[in-house]
Design a protein around this ligand. Structure first.
Ligand SMILES: Cc1cc2nc3c(=O)[nH]c(=O)nc-3n(C[C@H](O)[C@H](O)[C@H](O)COP(=O)(O)O)c2cc1C
Length: 153
């Protein structure tokens, strides 16, 4: 059984919803088990126990949410060689992918062992949400696809 952890930050709950949909998609694979944790709910040392790690957060002023960036900084001393991962963000307006791409750069800089194999950006209809139509379904499909790649790795 391969284990996956999805670490997220969220103010209004939309990014949490996306994290849970991705997790559901991953868990459709019989050989995979994923859990969802907010940054404050997990110690960075525990990351060693997972085969894959996903990171997600809202776009805050064109940047990934600060709490997740701080978590990644703290985790940079943990050995994560051979693991795979993915990033996701939530955004409003025309900022698709902006925070997720920066998150990708941050993970690549700070977590040298992780190979990132996916990126998702989900639109919310206003600062507090809710998620735009279909975004939850797309996140579920993203989870299924990520799980397939992990299964094959
Ligand atoms: C302080 C703050 C700054 C934000 N700045 C941006 C921004 O620059 N671009 C954008 O697309 N969304 C911005 N947003 C909207 C967030 O992306 C939106 O609130 C978030 O996706 C909702 O996710 P959550 O429910 O997980 O907190 C901002 C939200 C907050 C609270």
């Amino acid at each position: 059984m391969k284990k996956v952890i999805i670490i997220y930050e969220s103010v209004y709950g939309n990014t949490k919803q996306i994290a849970e949909a991705i997790s559901k998609g991953i868990n459709e694979h019989a050989e995979l088990e994923s859990i969802v944790k907010k940054t404050g709910e997990i110690h960075t040392d525990d990351l060693c126990n997972y085969d894959a790690i996903l990171f997600g957060c809202p776009n805050h002023n064109q940047e990934p949410a600060l709490n997740l960036l701080k978590f990644i900084d703290r985790a940079s001393i943990v050995h994560l060689e051979g693991k795979i991962g993915a990033v996701f963000d939530t955004y409003t307006g025309g900022n698709k992918d902006v925070a997720a791409k920066k998150l990708e750069t941050k993970v690549r800089e700070k977590m040298l062992g992780i190979e990132l194999i996916g990126r998702l950006s989900s639109k919310v209809t206003g600062r507090k949400g809710p998620l735009a139509d279909d975004e939850e379904q797309k996140a579920l499909e993203f989870g299924i696809q990520f799980g397939r790649k992990l299964d094959e790795s």
